[in-house]
Design a protein around this ligand. Structure first.
Ligand code: PLP
Length: 392
């Protein structure tokens, strides 16, 4: 089927967090929403069909997780990422964020440390601090416009007996890196050596751009597999985050048992009736959507890069290797933190995500969501340009 990602769909008054909650969340209800990580694209037709059919049934009692959920996950991960998974390893969750909290609760005690790599997806930190655990920040190194891992620092942090878990974001939101096999091996070896369990959040793994290749960290070595909880979901790829379904791959039976027991204690596992049918349809029937989406996102990213180079050279795009979340280095504008947010959200009326929301290292950055029709991107960039010309 042919998809038209240029189609403008009015998302206002649909209880959309991105469009209808932008005032409360970003601070300007008139700003063009380019912040939270969903796309403005219609989701694939097989998903629409299955949701409609389920809705038409008109009985919405308690569902259970059918075995097709597991095989849809294993088939997809094998086909797209080359990792062979036993269906029995796959655990349903109503989202990946709840898994962060559940892992922290199951495998650490108050006061223990959890390693993250800031600037990084902020709910990593919330899961740690909301549970009275301590963030151990293995900050990424930013040099010559590119992010890398500080392995010496990681080793030091992992050696601390208080450290119990490591949250990996691969591909990394917001800096857009797809970690290489070598980088993954080094991180995994450090974690193994110091008995740190890894949580590999691979929610963006389908959205890899410009010839980069996603490698599931667990696919590299059986020892890594036994030490890792890997999180997948069709939610970003197919724009179905509101349906709440994710597949958590836990090859180690001991870890799986503990995770499931904690889910049970929290009574937080129950899915809605649309979650699993949509999940299965997305993974089993919608690869053609992804094949068309990727070049569209690449074109948007290229358009953004050229626009910035030609018209706003003080704002630099950190080379995106994956995701539709673009990380803009604004350090040359001299604006930072509140002043930078003011420039984008209040003056330009473009609702970006503040860079410092991902950690203090992000103060000179903003994250721009280009998962939108080209004309929306053009509109947002024109608004920013108008203000840029006045100020720089
Ligand atoms: C890295 C990462 N993990 C997880 C999520 C969200 O997970 P979920 O909606 O499944 O809870 C996001 C959403 O932006 C994300 O970027």
């Amino acid at each position: 089927m042919q998809y038209n990602f240029d189609e403008i769909i009015n998302r206002r008054h649909t209880q959309s967090s991105k469009w209808d909650n932008v005032g409360a969340r970003v601070g300007n209800s008139d700003a063009l929403p380019m912040w939270v990580a969903d796309t403005d694209f219609r989701c694939p037709q097989p998903v629409v069909d299955v949701v409609k059919a389920r809705a038409e049934h008109a009985v919405y009692g308690y569902p259970f997780v059918v075995p097709e959920f597991r095989t849809a996950t294993t088939n997809w991960v094998k086909k797209r990422h080359g990792w062979e998974i036993d269906p029995n390893w796959v655990v349903f969750a109503t989202g990946i964020v709840p898994v962060f909290n559940t892992m922290v609760q199951a495998f650490t005690r108050p006061g223990d440390e959890v390693i993250i790599q800031r600037p990084v997806y902020h709910p990593f930190g919330y899961a740690i601090e909301d549970n009275d655990r301590v963030i151990s920040d293995n900050s990424l190194i930013y040099r010559d416009g590119r992010y890398t891992v500080d392995f010496e620092d990681l080793e030091r942090r992992a050696a601390n007996s208080k450290a119990k878990l490591f949250f990996l974001c691969n591909p990394h939101n917001p800096v857009g890196r797809v970690w290489t096999g070598e980088e993954l091996r080094k991180m995994a070896e450090i974690c193994l050596k110091h008995q740190i369990i890894m949580i590999s959040d691979e929610i963006h793994s389908d959205l890899v751009l410009f010839g980069h290749r996603h490698i599931p960290i667990s696919s590299l070595d059986e020892r890594y597999q036994m030490n890792t909880v890997t999180c997948y979901a069709p939610s970003k790829t197919f724009n179905i985050a509101g349906l709440r379904g994710s597949g958590i791959v836990v090859p180690n039976p001991e870890i799986r048992k503990k995770l499931e027991a904690q889910f049970k204690r929290n009574r937080s596992i129950q899915q809605n009736v649309f979650a699993v049918p949509a999940y299965v349809a997305a993974y089993e029937e919608c690869e053609d959507y992804l094949e068309q989406l990727l070049p569209y996102l690449e074109d948007n990213a290229t358009y953004l890069e050229q626009f910035l180079k030609s018209h706003m050279p003080k704002i630099k795009l950190v080379a995106p290797e994956a995701t539709y979340l673009m990380w803009l280095d604004c350090s040359e504008t001299g604006l930072s933190g509140d002043a930078l947010a003011h420039f984008f959200v209040q003056e330009s009326k473009v609702a970006v995500s503040r860079g410092d929301g991902f950690g203090p290292q992000g103060a000179d950055f903003v994250r721009l969501n280009i998962g939108c029709p080209r004309t929306t991107l053009e509109e947002g960039l024109q608004q920013i340009l108008e203000q840029y010309r006045k100020q720089f």
